[in-house]
Design a binder for this molecule. Structure first.
Ligand code: GH3
Ligand code: MG
Ligand code: MG
Length: 419
């Protein structure tokens, strides 16, 4: 059978190891304050365990010592909650943290002094720490989907274990207190505490590492100037989407290039050029539908992948994007400057496994738009006739779109043989 004192020493040793890891990590990354808060939480529970070293588990603690030990345990859980708030970048709640710490242990001594029974005094202890544990669970569960981590569920498991045991303990002190006083229950609760604690501390480290990894890959996939995806980000998003859908999606490609952008830089300076790029990206983003993808493809080139779009839709959206730029002047150094863009359009043909041919066609269409005077939309059809797309490409555009379609130049018709 497991020995209570050996388990106590094991529990103290594992906590001590985590304290060292958290403090060293905090020294290396002082901005990650939550490591300090979690290390503080561990120090409190360590101090409580050291205070209880040598005490037989079956004998209840007297008022003063009990209050001290339970305040320390309460502080440990309250600080765990505070650390989680830091981690999720939520504002700290210092008064509530203090109240939670005190509420878990102070009433124990006061109630015993006032002549209350041990059952009710212990109920306040278990109730107080169960409340802190519930707050930790809520803090994890209310994380928005964009910030959710797989590893946070390891921590959730640990806190859920604690929560269930504290609630169970309230029942036990009232209805089966003789069991609580047995040495076996002391050993079992210490073992359970050790498990939950290891899940929580290892979970914290895994959460921090998972988030750092996500941040790095997001950085590598994002254009820092406009906040749009870069090439790598676009391809990553497309392969994530391909993994979700069994058949290749029908999509359209729009490749937009700002006209005479160099002259904006030359006339107003590079910073003003940057501001135009940011505004341009924002205008494009505002037109995109939920499942469309947009990326900064190069210097002043933007690539849009329209989800489930046929030729008619793609041209309509391209025209809208062109109008978003040309229709409203950009504010450059206080001056209103008209900035236009040329857009090449292509459709990923049915049966086309890779996107590269459609990218080349969009590039060719963009080249044609530039060659023919800029500020226009051009479409490049695939060389081989489309299979499933043929109907869509020939479909009558909805009224109001016809004018836009007429204005669009269709490139490569001879090759595709389509009018
Ligand atoms: P065209 O109509 O043929 O597209 O002419 P253009 O002047 O837009 O094209 P060109 O390729 O001659 O010049 C593109 C310019 O874009 C040159 C480059 O300095 C500028 N550029 C590229 N990236 C950035 C950037 O991040 N910020 C700024 N301000 N300028 C950039
Ligand atoms: Mg350009
Ligand atoms: Mg260019």
């Amino acid at each position: 059978m497991l020995d209570f004192n050996t388990l106590q020493v094991a529990s103290i040793s594992s906590r001590l190891a985590f304290v060292v890891v958290f403090f060293v990590t905090l020294l290396r990354h002082p901005r990650e304050v939550y490591f300090g808060v979690w290390a503080g939480a561990l120090c409190c529970s360590l101090a409580a365990s050291i205070l209880m070293l040598g005490d037989p588990p079956s004998v209840p603690l007297n008022g003063v010592k009990g209050s001290a030990v339970y305040i320390l345990y309460g502080a440990s859980l309250a600080l765990s909650w505070a650390g989680l708030r830091h981690f999720y970048e939520r504002p700290p709640r210092i008064p509530q943290t203090l109240v939670l710490a005190l509420a878990s242990g102070l009433p124990y001594g006061v109630l015993l002094q006032a002549g209350a029974t041990m059952s009710w005094s212990l109920t306040t202890v278990f109730g107080g720490i169960a409340l802190s544990t519930a707050l930790c669970i809520m803090e994890i569960l209310r994380t928005p989907a964009s910030m959710r981590l797989w590893t946070q569920y390891i921590v959730l498991l640990g806190f859920s274990g604690y929560f269930c045991v504290f609630l169970l303990s309230i029942g036990v002190v009232h209805f089966a207190s003789e069991r609580l006083a047995s040495p076996e229950s002391g050993i079992f609760s210490l073992l359970f505490d050790l498990w939950c604690d290891v899940f929580i501390q290892v979970g914290y480290l895994a959460m921090v590492s998972e988030r750092a990894h996500l941040k790095l890959s997001r950085l590598a996939e994002t254009d820092p100037l406009t906040g749009l995806a870069n090439r790598r980000g676009l391809f990553a998003a497309m392969s994530r989407r391909a993994g979700r859908t069994p058949s290749p999606p029908r999509c359209a490609i729009l490749l937009a290039d700002i006209d005479h952008f160099k002259s904006i830089n030359d006339t107003y300076g590079h910073d003003s050029g940057d501001a135009v790029l940011i505004d341009f990206a924002e205008r494009f983003r505002s037109v995109m539908r939920k499942d469309d993808l947009i990326a900064r493809w190069g210097g002043e080139e933007f690539l849009v992948v329209l989800d489930q779009a046929d030729t008619t839709t793609a041209i309509a959206i391209a025209e809208r994007l062109r109008g978003m730029a040309a229709g409203q002047p950009f504010s450059v150094n206080g001056a209103a400057v008209t900035v236009t863009a040329s857009i090449g359009v292509s459709i990923v043909a049915a049966g086309e496994e890779r996107i590269e041919p459609a990218l080349s066609r969009a590039d060719a269409a963009l080249y044609a738009a530039k060659r023919d005077g800029r500020n226009r939309v051009c479409l490049e059809q695939p060389a081989a006739p489309l299979r499933a797309d043929t109907g869509a490409a020939r479909a009558e555009p909805p009224s109001g779109l016809r004018e836009a379609m007429d204005a669009v130049q269709i490139v490569g018709q001879q090759r595709s043989g389509m009018a």
